[in-house]
Ligand binder design. Structure first.
Ligand code: IPM
Ligand code: MN
Length: 378
């Protein structure tokens, strides 16, 4: 527990990032009402729009603050036309750069469907999956795999002849993320919705790829330390259909970087869409939390996007801080936040556009703030 309060560095970023982060800040302020705030936030500009205006992705003090903060909250980065000279998106420093520089090796994406949330499929709203059946966490390797910066082009006479990306799977990289996933499976209070079993599913393509064979071998080696966790295996292609058909089977899932990137967005459909999907980028010493929907430029400035992904990111951040600092106050705050979120979502009248409703981003934040107040003090 940290008496002075936790320092949270906040990077709203581009597009709708600042709109959802403003609601996240509102919720943190509401949770802290009536007592000394257990956290203090400092906000820094940065991203693609900032790059277009200043020629820099962010300022040196913004970067330094990320390394010094107790936790990081990120909105979203990316803006049309904002590219670095090498073709990368301007703002990558705030996402991929922090993953690399702070060694945030586990990308942790909870996927839980709350009562009252609908799925948008083919432009219509449905209740496809039962909330009882969707409650898993996907852990994605976040520092290597196909994201390894060993890539490039062979050009001759200024024409590209070949483009190459290199997929690296290392012993250290695979082992630590797999261990993280086993620990999570051990400590999560509930197992898979289907049968209550504590199960860890290793998703890979080890029937073809050498790196995946090594990933799976590493999984089996680490598994020996966790005899109480059921080992489960899925090739990534088959996994995509099982995930949709039978989500109740899954409890914790671990996957290499690019495969994890793809399956987590698919899984977001089960939880109501990207408007509900939050992610933690977690290392041994630092962590960054974000709504994973991106900057959504076409909705920017419209006060329309769903801020619940940000609320879940805030909840994830509080739980991570609580765990790391053995701070039961923050567990109570996170529980209170989750109860308030669940009560707002269960009340089907509070729907943003992605759920077929008309509630604005700001009004959704106000609804949640009111629900937190009626939960009473933590
Ligand atoms: C994610 C995103 C990022 C990724 C992008 C913004 C670089 O899609 O966090 O899943 O590819 O990892
Ligand atoms: Mn992604």
């Amino acid at each position: 527990m940290k008496e002075a309060g936790y320092a949270v560095a906040v990077y709203p970023g581009d597009g709708t990032g600042p709109e959802v982060i403003r609601e996240g800040e509102k919720i943190l302020a509401t949770l802290a009402e009536g007592g000394p705030a257990p956290w203090h936030l400092t906000t820094y500009p940065g991203g693609g729009q900032y790059y277009l205006a200043s020629g820099r992705e962010w300022e040196p003090e913004a970067e330094a603050a990320a390394a010094q903060a107790d936790a990081i909250l990120l909105g979203a980065v990316g803006w049309p036309g904002a590219l670095l000279p090498n073709g990368d998106i301007a703002g990558r420093a705030l996402v991929l750069g922090l993953r690399e520089n702070l060694d945030l090796y586990a990308n942790v994406r909870p996927c839980k469907l709350y009562p009252g949330v609908r799925h948008r499929i083919s432009g219509a709203y449905h209740e496809v999956w039962s909330p009882r059946n969707v409650d898993m966490v996907i852990v994605r390797e976040n520092t290597e795999g196909l994201y390894t910066p060993a890539r490039g082009r062979l050009t001759r006479a200024r024409e590209t002849e070949v483009a190459v990306d290199t997929r690296l799977i290392t012993r250290k990289g695979a082992e630590r993320v797999i261990r993280y996933a086993f620990e999570l499976a051990r400590h999560r209070p509930r197992g898979a919705p289907e049968d209550g079993k504590k199960r860890l599913t290793c998703v890979d393509k080890s029937n073809v790829l050498e790196g995946c064979r090594f990933f799976r071998e590493t999984f089996d080696r680490v598994a020996r330390d966790y005899p109480e966790i059921e080992r489960d295996y899925a090739y990534v292609d088959a996994f995509t259909q099982w995930l949709v058909r039978n989500p109740e089977r899954y409890n914790v899932v671990v996957a290499p970087n690019m495969m994890g990137d793809i399956i987590t967005d698919l899984a977001a459909v089960l939880q109501g869409g990207m408007g509900f999907a939050s992610g933690g980028n977690i290392g041994d010493h630092h962590a960054m939390f974000e709504p994973v929907h991106g900057s959504a430029p076409k909705y920017a400035g419209k006060d329309q996007v769903n801020p619940f992904a940000t609320f879940f990111a805030v909840e994830q951040m509080l739980r991570w801080l609580a765990d790391r600092h053995h701070d039961s106050r923050l567990v109570r705050q996170a529980d209170r936040l989750e109860r308030a979120i669940a009560s707002v979502l269960a009340d089907g009248s509070a729907r943003t556009y992605d759920q077929g409703g008309h509630l604005s981003t700001t009004a959704a934040g106000d609804r949640l703030a009111a629900a937190i107040r009626s939960e009473g003090a933590a």
